[in-house]
Design a protein around this ligand. Structure first.
Ligand SMILES: [Zn+2]
Length: 250
């Protein structure tokens, strides 16, 4: 498969440990996407992971019945930033220095990191997409808001390309990107499904504000295969909706 570098200067860095917003170094081998440490057993692997099985507001979900509202809008104010691209053993993660953030009704959330799942964790009316990106944001109180961006197979995605080209092949590896511009990844229509959910990886912490963009963007088959060459399947199955409702603006 071909990989193109579109003007991005990439410096390979050897990093001994991975880090994510919620996973601490050293626990990366404790859970996976296949038995016996797969999603069905996450809740039993560690007491800290118990919400993965006992939680009632877990993510992802299959978005089916939605309540229309005027109020839910997603205000984004992203800016280009340098970024670190790391392979943390579960996914590829992009961590900008200062990429701006989003404003929800509940306030402002700063962009922390973005990572990918294949296939998409979110389902829309029972449909799975080949890839999703989770844009993770945090407010000063430490509360999380995630924007989920769905990808469908189609045209080459030039914004994604420098990230894909920089992906370290081995867990623990990282690389530096001169610039990543999150805004360029987004569709023109920022209408989103909103619901309260959780982290989709252990410890499955709840209270996460999910904003699933209703409009998908495209990537080429070669780009999808480049990610899947590293992570063929890293998606948690959909979880019961229980008492929750999903709202959509517009
Ligand atoms: Zn995710």
């Amino acid at each position: 498969m071909k990989k193109q570098l579109l003007g991005a200067t990439i410096t390979l860095v050897i990093a001994g440990m991975c880090s994510t917003a919620w996973a601490t170094a050293g626990d990366t081998a404790a859970w996976s996407y296949s038995a016996p440490t797969g999603p069905q057993n996450w809740g039993e692997l560690k007491s800290e992971y118990s919400l993965c099985s006992s939680g009632k507001t877990q993510s992802p979900i299959d978005i089916r019945d939605v309540i229309k509202t005027d109020a839910q809008t997603l205000n984004v104010a992203y800016q280009p930033s340098t970024a670190k691209v790391s392979n943390n053993g579960h996914t590829i993660q992009v961590m900008p220095v200062d990429a701006g953030g989003i404003t929800l009704e509940s306030g402002h959330y700063s962009f922390v990191q973005m990572h990918f799942h294949t296939p998409s964790e979110e389902m829309i009316q029972g449909r799975t997409y080949p890839l999703d990106a989770h844009l993770v944001h945090r407010n000063p109180a430490g509360e999380l808001a995630v924007v989920a961006l769905l990808f469908e197979e189609g045209a080459h995605n030039p914004t994604l390309e420098p990230i894909l080209a920089a992906m370290p092949k081995h867990a623990g590896g990282s690389a530096q990107l001169d610039t990543v511009d999150i805004a360029q990844l987004l569709p023109a229509n920022l209408n989103a499904y909103f619901y309260m959910g959780s982290l989709t990886t252990p410890p499955c912490t709840e209270g996460v504000r999910w904003n699933v963009l209703t409009t998908a963007v495209q990537l080429s088959r070669a780009q999808l295969e480049a990610f899947q060459a590293l992570y063929p399947m890293n998606a948690r199955p959909v979880q019961p909706l229980n008492e929750r409702s999903v709202h959509v603006g517009g």
